[in-house]
Design a protein around this ligand. Structure first.
Ligand code: ATP
Ligand code: ZN
Length: 487
């Protein structure tokens, strides 16, 4: 743990790097927009949580007492973020002819499995949107008179009642009108529903009574309310994917301004605390050659697919860390393979340290490397550079193994690769469609080893060919000690 270099983070609201100064001394309170649990998360979604995890780990490492909240959206997120379309949860439940609660449970558990596999730390709380309906109604009531109006489809927020609406977004003012579906009776194109009424004659699986009739809360309201209830306004940092910078977060900010009573036209958003959170951070997208990875588009890449193809999930975490969170990252299988190899090398180097008792991380041989690591993380979470510092630490020669272990463990507590829990064997996953089991491979390799020991090279070669025919390539003298791979 170190606080040598002050932590600087990029605030999307001011578009500047800012030194982190906690609202409550010694504490860090972070809210992360969580998944909408209508489907499996794709690996692009998981990039958002790897990023939030790195942020949380860095704050802990810098010595702040962290309270991290990630919500689970189980109601209210429409198929179009800009306030149009159907509720994603209702739609999936109808398609699958299942209850929304079952859908939510299934996909929340699937998301948690990915969280675990990627070494993403558990937040202080997973706040589930439907557990906060009463609080949402209270929040909505408190801003309704001054900032909202009721029309047939629901209670709408009038964005012209707050100063600087859309400051966070880069595109809304130019594109807003064209992108946002018009709803009959809306005063401004960017106005959004904070309560959606159930249309007459219809019933929804999820609906609650409200002063504006039976219905369901708007997605933006949910995050404002859970952030306020669990962390208190203002809290330190609000995170999400870069798409949230355009609509979801500007709308949250508008509600927060209204709630804080600072929606009056004289209050500018330059006073950071009026937006509910001091710093708004956004990770860029994981993209495919064809564009942004998205599950709405049909086929998508799940973490489980990577595992089925023989890639350890932490290879994907490594891939994420190799890019800065604010850069786009293009997914490719080659890139994932390279990330796996890099992880393997680290795991092999760490294997030699496993027997050493952790020593003094302040050993002078590591001083410059530790400084580099700290400077990288403090520079808006520059994980690509931090990874190289970790590799440099691993390659320091003729040094006390205990000191090296302590330094590496400390760095890994920030990067979260779990190097001391991984083994070479654990990293070698047999693809699901492989024709041969791991035991069969190991057995063949043992027979081959025995044959070679007896200088029976024809048997040894025959076993190699036999394995090759089953898609397994024997790798004699592989510098990574891999022994075999699937060809
Ligand atoms: N391709 C991507 N790369 C990185 N982050 C992403 C990507 N797509 C979505 N996100 C982020 O993932 C998080 C979870 O999003 P959510 O569960 O609401 O999915 P979604 O918006 O319905 O997904 P999709 O847009 O793929 O249909 C959000 O923070 C969102 O900004
Ligand atoms: Zn949110």
């Amino acid at each position: 743990m170190t606080d040598a270099v002050p932590l600087k983070l990029f605030n999307s609201l001011t578009r500047q790097l800012e030194t982190f100064e906690p609202v409550h001394p010694g504490e860090a309170r972070v809210y992360t927009c969580g998944p909408t649990v209508y489907n499996y998360p794709h690996i692009g979604n998981m990039r958002a949580y790897v990023f939030a995890d790195i942020l949380g780990r860095t704050l802990s490492w810098k010595g702040y007492a962290l309270t991290h909240i990630i919500n689970i959206t189980d109601v209210g997120h429409l198929t179009d973020d800009a306030d149009a379309g159907e509720d994603k949860m209702e739609k999936m439940a109808a398609e699958k002819a299942q209850s929304i609660w079952d859908i939510a449970k299934h996909y929340t558990e699937a998301y948690w499995a990915d969280v675990k596999a990627l070494n993403i730390r558990e937040p202080a709380k997973w706040s589930v949107a439907t557990d906060y309906i009463d609080e949402m109604l209270e929040f909505a009531k408190s801003i309704a008179d001054e900032h909202c109006y009721e029309i047939e489809s629901g209670l709408y927020f009038d964005v012209s009642t707050v100063e600087d609406y859309g400051k966070l977004a880069r595109a809304v003012t130019e594109e807003g009108e064209g992108r946002i579906d018009t709803v009959e009776g809306k005063r401004n194109a960017a106005d959004f529903a904070i309560w959606r009424k159930t249309p007459p004659g219809e019933s929804r699986q999820m609906e609650w009574d409200s002063p504006w009739g039976k219905g369901a809360p708007g997605w933006h309201l949910e995050c404002s309310v859970m952030g306020e209830k669990l962390l208190g306004f203002p809290f330190d940092i609000h995170t999400g994917g870069i798409d949230h910078r355009e609509i979801h977060h500007p709308n949250e900010i508008a509600q927060n301004q209204a709630f804080c009573g600072c929606g009056g036209k004289s209050m500018s958003l330059d006073v950071a605390t009026h937006s509910g959170a001091k710093i708004w951070m956004h990770n860029n997208f994981l993209v495919e050659r064809s564009g942004k990875m998205s599950k709405s588009a049909g086929e998508f890449l799940r973490l489980q697919l990577l595992i089925d193809k023989g890639y350890h999930p932490l290879a994907y975490r490594m891939m994420c860390l190799q890019a800065h969170y604010r850069s786009e990252l293009e997914f490719s299988w080659e890139g994932l393979g390279a990330a796996l190899t890099r992880l393997k090398r680290m795991v092999m180097a760490v294997e030699r340290l496993k027997d050493a008792a952790a020593g003094d991380p302040a050993h002078q041989k590591f001083a410059a490397i530790r400084e580099k690591f700290d400077a990288a993380m403090a520079d808006d979470l520059n994980t690509p550079i931090a990874l190289t510092a970790l590799e440099e630490a691993l390659s320091v020669k003729k040094v006390d193994a205990g000191a090296k272990r302590a330094v590496v463990e400390d760095m890994d507590s920030v990067l979260g690769l779990g190097l001391f829990d991984l083994t070479r064997e654990a990293l070698r996953i047999r693809p699901k469609d492989a024709q041969i089991s791991e035991e069969e491979i190991e057995d063949a390799l043992a027979r081959r080893k025995a044959a070679r020991a007896e200088k029976d090279f024809s048997t040894s070669d025959a076993i190699r060919d036999e394995l090759m025919a089953k898609g397994v390539e024997v790798m004699d003298g592989d510098p990574l000690g891999w022994e075999w791979k699937l060809s």
